[in-house]
Write a protein that binds this ligand. Structure first.
Ligand SMILES: Cc1cc2nc3c(=O)[nH]c(=O)nc-3n(C[C@H](O)[C@H](O)[C@H](O)COP(=O)(O)O)c2cc1C
Ligand SMILES: Nc1ncnc2c1ncn2[C@@H]1O[C@H](COP(=O)(O)OP(=O)(O)O)[C@@H](O)[C@H]1O
Length: 301
């Protein structure tokens, strides 16, 4: 997959299946668009291009709140997911007022035509241009609108997944994503307490603008130097020790490691319980032993 920036592209000479959207999380609903793109690209012998934005378009329409930058994947993971979904060309365009002011027809002429699309694929609720209309086909391209993917609770959407992550229901979020929710961070120093209670924990500094699951104890897998290892994690204020700052900490089972400075990718699998302020450290350790049993037994569905 090649990543390109709209403003730097001069000549384009390959006909494409062009997919439009932001795709936060590239969940199972989004994956249906790419399945359709792959099918058509194979039959018509075309490359798949995606026209997307570095930030969510909502950013330019509302009063700014820092949370508006939070996403369901890091930028890097998002690119990996596009590649896994068969995209040949990932094209980024800054979503600006000027860009948003174009009508669907202007957008088609000024933007879409540039990529020689034979087919343009959008989701069922995609609205184009300042006139917010459903894109229409023309002499150059057909428009394929992919219907909504839903489960027993309704439409699979980034909004639903964000709510699940924010309330800690990671197993349900994963079911809608179609892959485990993932956060990458750098291992930094904490209070050096973990080793004294039998569970050293890698404390993560997270640079990505990503939703952090709600405080609690979770079963996780960790990607470390290419290998996937089981562990458990805590997100919260370590109230037993009167902690003041929220930490994200991971203990990897059956390993004695020196991880400071390493990049750790955590796959969040399931929530075990809420954080508790214990009366004693022994009570915390006893509870962690119970948590460990659950985390070891957990099998991904
Ligand atoms: C699986 C797991 C569960 C935890 N549960 C709690 C908890 O319920 N309450 C609490 O105060 N701290 C909890 N902790 C956090 C410990 O207090 C913390 O890991 C310990 O103080 C080590 O801190 P340090 O990394 O700064 O050395 C948990 C940690 C892990 C790994
Ligand atoms: N199995 C393990 N899982 C996670 N970290 C481990 C493990 N074994 C050793 N470590 C190391 O121990 C460190 C955590 O020890 P800890 O006493 O909790 O101190 P701190 O929280 O101050 O870093 C980790 O950052 C890592 O380098």
């Amino acid at each position: 997959m090649k990543t390109l920036y709209f403003d730097e592209i001069e000549n384009w000479n390959e006909p494409t299946v062009l997919v439009l959207g932001y795709f936060d999380g590239l969940h199972r609903g989004h994956q249906a668009l790419f399945a359709e793109a792959k099918k058509l690209a194979a039959v018509l012998n075309l490359k798949i291009a995606v026209l997307t934005f570095p930030e969510k378009p909502t950013l330019i329409f509302q009063k700014f709140e820092p949370d508006m930058l939070l996403k369901l994947t890091s930028d890097k993971k998002r690119e990996e997911l596009f590649a896994e979904n068969g995209v040949d060309y990932l094209i980024f365009k800054d979503f600006t007022s000027c860009f948003a002011k174009q009508t669907a027809e202007e957008f088609s002429k000024n933007v879409l035509d540039k990529f020689l699309p034979k087919v343009v694929i959008t989701g069922f609720d995609h609205k184009t241009g300042s006139d917010m209309t459903q894109l229409k086909g023309n002499d150059q391209y057909k428009v394929v609108v992919v219907p909504e993917v839903s489960d027993e609770k309704g439409k699979i959407s980034s909004t639903r997944i964000r709510e699940l992550v924010k309330t800690g229901d990671i197993a349900s979020a994963n079911a809608l994503l179609g892959y485990p929710y993932e956060i990458t961070g750098i291992v930094v120093h904490g209070f050096a307490r973990g080793r004294t209670i039998g569970y050293p924990t890698a404390n993560l500094a997270i640079k990505d603008f990503i939703h952090i699951p709600s405080p609690g104890v979770y079963t996780v897998d960790v990607l470390l130097q290419g290998e996937r290892q089981r562990g458990f994690a805590s997100i919260g204020y370590n109230e037993t020790f009167n902690g003041k700052e929220k930490t994200v900490e991971i203990h990897i089972f059956d390993k004695d490691l020196d991880l400071y400075g390493e990049k750790l990718t955590v796959l969040w699998l399931d929530k075990i319980r809420d954080m508790i302020k214990f009366e004693s450290i022994d009570a915390l350790i006893a509870q962690m032993k119970e948590d460990e049993k659950k985390a070891r037994q957990y099998q991904e569905k």
